[in-house]
Design a protein around this ligand. Structure first.
Ligand SMILES: Cc1cc2nc3c(=O)[nH]c(=O)nc-3n(C[C@H](O)[C@H](O)[C@H](O)COP(=O)(O)OP(=O)(O)OC[C@H]3O[C@@H](n4cnc5c(N)ncnc54)[C@H](O)[C@@H]3O)c2cc1C
Length: 409
């Protein structure tokens, strides 16, 4: 096996172009939005859609999708470098149409959708004319354990009738459709085979948005949904009966890693800001950068970011090469989410009161970093699975080696 961390000239060109596009188009667009008080919705959309139009014109559109769907046809390793550039701005991934949750839903529809479902739902997602959400978590039961899902569907002729309650459904407020996970099987062979997935048009009678949940990063983005006697045609089931869990898991692997790629961008921004501040702030006879306490914060953050990048690249390599990636994605998701929080926290510390203010993006980044430790799999659930696989590897082979990335060492 050749270990080669260099990029082909074509990919290096893409990376340079994404970076240039983010600097020349996305950042100025974001600045314009931030600087205009009382910006009308019309102007807001004009700026947003204008950026998307430009991304499409220069071929930086749908990096994660195959070319036949209008995408750039990149693998996960290659996608890592695009996401890690794009996510240095808040809107970058959205402008390139590779943002959560649409990105994960596109993968899901591509792999599980029928031809009709792909044309009706995947095509407009790829065109950027529709938005989607993924609705699984419920307030009444632990989201960490989807076998507990209570929302139910029963079949009535060639329709399914669904009742239930969901919350924290990202993007539901703006979405044109949802991929909804509910219980359809009463007595499955395996507890994981109780749920099925449905595509639900929004709006639909019986699908009610109760509110957008107020969170520590604001009041938009994540909705509570009541589902009452919602009728869905049988051909809107995505995948087969009882395959909802499987579909969720296969969606979450690459989607979790894509989060990690974007978190790397955020962590790198926080580290850059930390270094810049340390080089420019003077106290007690020297620059902060000359003080050992600050140097350790910079060094620890650098090492953690390096580990994060290697873990993401290796997990992406495993996905691209059709190798089992569950453990590697779990380890990456857990590590990068936690490293992100620590690095932003240190950067805030080095900035002092400025870091706590909203004059820099750090405060907002910190609020978002907090959810990374439990959304898409809580830390402890990933640790539980990693532990299970490590013990299984030891029992099977007499060593934990294969559970540690199955690397050459
Ligand atoms: C910003 C944000 C966006 C989200 N977007 C979506 C979305 O689009 N769609 C969607 O369906 N959901 C979404 N969620 C929900 C998210 O997926 C859930 O929060 C997550 O799955 C955890 O479920 P829970 O909140 O019910 O916590 P619980 O499952 O109740 O867990 C609470 C805590 O218990 C601990 N815990 C759980 N299991 C174990 C265990 N086995 N061992 C030890 N400790 C354990 C962990 O510390 C965990 O944090 C989002 C959440 C957030 C914050």
């Amino acid at each position: 096996m050749a270990i080669d961390f260099t990029l082909t000239p074509e990919l290096e060109d893409i990376r340079v172009r994404v970076r240039g596009f983010v600097d020349d188009v996305v950042r100025p667009g974001e600045d314009e939005i931030a600087a205009t008080t009382g910006l009308s919705r019309q102007d807001y959309l004009r700026i947003l859609l204008g950026m998307r139009k430009q991304a499409r014109e220069v071929g930086l559109w749908l990096p994660h999708m195959p070319e036949e769907w209008g995408g750039m046809g990149l693998g996960h390793v290659e996608l890592a470098m695009v996401q890690a550039e794009a996510a240095k701005t808040r809107l970058g991934p959205w402008v390139l149409n590779c943002q959560a949750p649409d990105e994960g839903n596109m993968h899901t529809l591509l792999h599980w959708g029928t031809e009709e479902q792909k044309e009706q739902y995947l095509r407009p997602l790829c065109e950027g004319t529709k938005a989607s959400c993924f609705a699984m978590t419920e307030p009444e039961v632990a989201g960490s354990d989807p076998t507990l899902i209570q929302s139910r569907a029963y079949q009535d002729g060639d329709e399914w009738v669904i009742n239930g309650h969901k919350w924290f459904i990202s993007n539901a407020h703006r979405a044109n459709f949802a991929i909804l996970i509910v219980r359809t099987e009463d007595d499955p062979d395996l507890p994981q085979a109780a749920n099925s997935a449905f595509i639900v048009d929004i709006p639909s009678e019986g699908w009610t948005e109760v509110r957008e949940v107020e969170t520590m990063h604001g009041s938009t983005g994540h909705s509570e949904i009541r589902i009452e006697d919602l009728r869905v045609a049988a051909d809107k089931m995505l995948g087969g009966r009882g395959e909802g869990h499987l579909l969720g898991q296969s969606r979450l692997g690459p989607a979790r890693l894509a989060h990690c790629m974007r978190w790397i961008a955020q962590a790198e921004m926080a580290l850059d800001m930390m270094v810049d501040r340390a080089l420019n702030r003077y106290a007690h006879g020297s620059l902060l950068a000359e003080k050992q306490g600050i140097q350790w914060m910079i060094a620890d953050s650098t090492m953690e970011l390096y580990q994060a990048k290697l873990m993401v690249l290796h997990a992406a390599y495993r996905i691209d090469n059709k190798l089992d990636f569950k453990s590697e994605v779990s380890m990456a998701k857990h590590f990068v989410a936690n490293a992100l929080g620590r690095i932003i926290d240190r950067s805030i510390q080095v900035h002092g009161a400025l870091g706590y203010s909203t004059d820099t993006p750090l405060a907002s980044m910190y609020q978002h970093a907090r959810w990374a430790r439990f959304a898409d799999g809580a830390d402890e659930v990933h640790q539980m699975r990693i532990d299970q696989r490590t013990i299984a590897a030891y029992k099977d082979t007499g060593s934990a080696r294969t559970a540690t990335g199955d690397l050459l060492l």
